[in-house]
Design a protein. Structure first.
Lengths: 277, 277, 277, 277
C-alpha cells in the first residue's frame, strides 16, 4: 500500500505537509503504523504547478525519508497545487520511471492500490492504450497504464468519467481472466486547476481516502492552532491516511465515491465503473 | 554506441578482460576514442554462467568506471562464459531494467546499436512479442524487445535464424513506416554453451565486431606475452571494439555475417534478415 | 537499529539465510516487528570469503528487499564465511561508503547500534585513528571509525581485546563530554578464519545477539527438518535477531560477553571495555 | 577535471546556461572536447538562492546528462545567483556527499582541480579545520576540506583572503610532504550577494577560468543575437570553459588572479597564497 497526498489552496511550501505534521507523508513512508506491515520505501515523487503551464516533476527510486534533495526542494518551492506519493512496490521494479506522480501534458496522476493478476492483464491493458500515447508509457507499473487508459477513455474532457471507464475496463478484463477482485485503488488526478480523487475497489476492502475540512471551520474548532492561521479559506488536503489526529479535521471519502476539489470547494460524486466508450 | 564483450573458454576472472587490458571494456566506457563522441556511461551489466544452469546477472544504472561492486565481483568470480555490456542510452531512461545483458531462462542477450524511429515502431514490436512472454519484458529499450522478438521467432531452436527473423521483422516494420534505415546492430546471444554473434545494419554503416584469434596462433606470434599463457586453447573473446592493439589478434566479422563460438572453435555464417515465421 | 548476520561452516549460498527463513535478514530489513519502529532500508552489504585471501564486498545504498543484484548474487556464490548487514541510518548519509561490512585487508566488520553524541566525538575519534590508516576511512559513520579504532588498538593481534579497547576509548571520550551512555553495540569481526562477536552497551538496554546451537543437537531436536540436513556439523550462525522461531535453536549472548566462532566450536568470553594501550 | 558555472544577474532559469548553449555545462559533462579525455560523469550539483536566505541544493551521483530531475528543476525555478558543477572524480567515491556545490550556512563553494597526494595530506588538512566545523564535513573530497579550511581561515569576513590562506596552507603542507606541485584549482564561492572566483595552481599548468563580458557591449557586438536581449545589464557568467564560441564574449581570468562579481560589476584582484592566520 502506497501513500499519497494532494494540496489545493494558496501557495505553501510542500514541506508543511510532507515533513512537519506528526504523521507527515515522509513519516508515513517509514514509521510503522497498524495498517502498514512494510514501509513505503520504494521511491517517491512530487509533482507541482509553479511558474509554467505544465507541472514540474521530481522522482527518486530511493526511500523518501533519507532523501536530502526532497527535503531541500520542498522547503524552497511554493505551490498552490501539488501531488506527492511514496511507493511500496507490488512486484514491478524500483526505479524512477515507476514512481508517481505520472505526468502527461498538463496532467498528473497518483495511485494507491494494485491490479490483481497484473502480469496476466498487462498486455491487454497496454494494447488498449491509444496508439499515439503508447510510446509515452515510461515505466512498467499497473498504475501508469491505468493513467494512460483513463487518458485514452476521455479523462481530459471528463476526469471522473475517464477514470470510471478505466475501472470498468479493468473489471471486465479481470472477469474475463477469472480474477475475482481485480481492482484496488484510490487515485488522484489534476490538471493544475482542480484535484480529482476517487476511492474504489472490486471487493469489500477499499483503501482509505480523506479530505480536510474547510479552514474556516477548523479555525473555529481550534482557535489556538497556529498552523491553520496562514492557510487560505479554500485550502484543502486530500490524503490516503490522516497526517495528524485531530477530531473534525478529516472527512472520509466513501468507497465508490469521488470528489472534485477546486476554488469553489469540494464536490462529491458517485464513482461507478462503466464500460469504456 | 554501446560496447560489449563476450568470453568463451576455460574459467577466467572477468576482471582480466573488463579491467586489465590497455583498452579494457571499462576504459571503453569512459575514455574518449576517435569513434566515441560520448561516453558509455549509462549503466552496465555482467551476465555469467557459474554454479547454476541459469546465468547470474549484475546490473547497475551507474557508470561502470566508478562502480566498486563490479570491480569486486569481477575479481572474485570465475566463469567459462560471460557477457558484459556498457551502455550509451539512445533515448530510453537510464535504469537497471534497461541494462544489458537481458536474460530469459538460460539465455542472455546484448546489443550495440539502435532502431531508428523506435518511438513509432515500439507498439507494433511489443504486439508481436509472444503473449506469454509479454509480461517478462522488464524495461523499455529497443534492444530488449529485439531479444523478445528473436525469442518469439525461434531463437531457442536456431539462434541465428531467430535473430534473422527479428531483423527481417524490424526491416519490414521500418519500411512500412517510411524509415529508410531502421536497424543498426551487433548482437551477442548465449545459452551457456555457445556464443552467437551477428553484425548487421540496414544501411552501409555497420557497427564493428571482432573475435580473437585462436590462442595457439597467438602464442606462436607472441611467445613472450605472459597474458596468453594461461588461456585455454579454445578460449575466444568477441568484442565490439579491440581491447588491445596487437597485430593478428583480432579478426573483423564482416557486415552481414554471424559467428558461432563453442568448444569446437568458430564457425562463420551469413546473416540475412528474413520474414518471421 | 540495524540487523546483521554472520555464518561460519561448510560452504552455503548466502540466499539460504538472507532470503529463505521465515524471518530472514531481508524480511528483517522490511517487515515490521515489535522492536522495529522503522525499517532497515538505508542500504546493505554482503562480505564473503571466496576464491581469494581477501574478502569480496557488495554494497548498495538501496533497500535490500528490492535489490535484484543481491538476490542474484546470493544464490550464485557459495561461501564458508560471510557477514551481511541491513542498515537503519542514525544520522549519517545513506550511501555505499556508509554501508557495512567495512573491510580492511583480510578483515570485515559489522555493527548494530550507535555512539550517542557522535557529532561531538567524531573529531577526537578520528584523531585517534592510526595516522597511516586515516585515509582509508571511506565513509562518515560512527561504525566505521569504531572499526578503525579497534584496528588501531590491536584488533589484528587480539580481536576481542582490540574491541574492548575501542569500547573503553569511546566510554572515556563520552564521559569527558558529559554523555551519560555513549555506546550501544553488537559487533561482528572476522579475518576469514574465525568470527568474533561482542554484545555491549554503556547503559542497561543492550541490543540483542544470538548464535545458533550446534547442528547435531538440532538434528536430534528436529529430525524431520530438512533444512538442517546439509549443514555441516560445525556450522554456526550469529544474528542480531532470530531468523526463525524454533525452540532450542538460538542461544542468547549475554550483555558484556563475546564469542569466538571457528572450526572448533564456540568459545565464550567476557567483554569488558578497557583503556586503549 | 570538473566543470563549473556561476551566474549573477536578473533571475533566469538555470536551464538557459545548463542546457541551451551549444557547449552547455551538460554538454560539457558528456561530449568529448580536446582537453577532456574522460567525461564529467561522476555526479553533479546545483545550488541556488531563491525564496530563503540560505541557498537550496540539489545533488546527484548520476551523470548530469541523463538526469530527468535536473532537467525539470532547471526549467522550473528562476534565480538571480546560482552555481552548478559537473564532477570527474579524482579518486574519492562517487556519491552525493562528494558533489559540489558544498554548502555551509549562506555560503556555497565549487572547485575544479585537485590536491596532489591528498591521501597523505588528508589527515593534516582535516585536523586544521575549526573543531566546531569538523562534524559538518559530509563527504571525503579534497574540495570539501579546502572549503572548510577557507571557512576556518576567515572566508566569511574576506573571501579572497580566506581562499589565499587555504591555498598557502595546502602549499606548505605539500612542501613539508615533498609534493612538488600540490594545488590545482579554480574555485567559486558565494554568499548569495557576490560571486568570488579564483584561478591558481602550484605549477605552470593552471585550469582555465572565464567570465562573460558586460551585456551592453555584447548587445552592441551582436545586435541580432536574441539570447542577449533579456539578460540584465549587470548579468555575468563565470565558467571553467566557454559555453559558446563567440569572439568578445569571454574574458580569461589570469592565473594567480581572482574576481569579485556583484551588482556593481566585476572587480579583479591578485590571488597570492599566504600563510594561515
Amino acid at each position: 500500500m502506497c501513500r499519497w497526498l494532494g494540496y489545493v489552496g494558496s501557495p505553501i511550501e510542500p514541506r508543511e505537509l510532507l515533513y512537519d505534521p506528526e504523521r507527515s507523508l515522509i513519516e508515513q513512508s517509514r514509521r510503522h503504523a497498524p495498517n502498514m506491515p512494510v514501509p513505503n520505501g520504494d521511491g517517491f515523487g512530487l509533482g507541482w504547478y509553479g511558474r509554467r503551464d505544465v507541472p514540474a516533476l521530481f522522482h527518486s527510486a530511493s526511500p523518501a525519508w533519507g532523501d536530502r534533495n526532497l527535503r531541500e526542494l520542498s522547503g524552497e518551492i511554493a505551490s498552490s497545487l501539488f501531488l506527492a506519493h511514496v511507493r511500496a512496490a507490488t512486484g514491478t521494479p524500483v526505479q524512477e520511471t515507476n514512481c508517481h506522480p505520472f505526468g502527461l501534458g498538463r496532467w498528473l496522476f497518483v495511485h494507491n492500490g494494485y491490479i490483481a493478476g497484473y502480469d496476466r492483464l498487462r498486455r491487454d491493458m497496454m494494447l488498449a492504450v491509444r496508439p499515439d500515447l503508447f510510446s509515452s508509457v515510461q515505466g512498467t507499473t499497473d498504475s501508469e497504464v491505468m493513467f494512460y487508459l483513463a487518458m485514452t477513455f476521455g479523462l481530459p474532457d471528463d476526469p471522473i468519467a475517464g477514470l470510471e471507464r478505466m475501472a470498468g475496463f479493468v473489471e471486465s478484463l479481470g472477469a474475463a481472466a477469472g480474477i475475482a477482485e481485480p481492482l484496488q485503488m484510490t487515485v488522484g488526478v489534476t490538471d493544475g486547476e482542480r484535484l480529482y480523487a476517487a476511492r474504489y475497489a472490486s471487493g469489500p476492502e477499499v483503501n482509505t481516502l480523506y479530505y480536510s475540512a474547510d479552514v474556516e471551520s477548523l479555525r473555529k474548532l481550534y482557535p489556538e492552532e497556529e498552523r491553520f492561521a496562514h492557510f487560505s479559506a479554500e485550502a484543502r488536503v486530500v490524503v490516503s491516511e490522516p497526517l495528524v489526529e485531530l477530531p473534525g479535521l478529516w472527512h472520509g471519502i466513501s468507497a465508490g465515491s469521488a470528489i472534485v476539489v477546486g476554488k469553489g470547494g469540494v464536490e462529491q460524486l458517485p464513482f461507478v465503473p462503466r464500460p469504456p466508450r
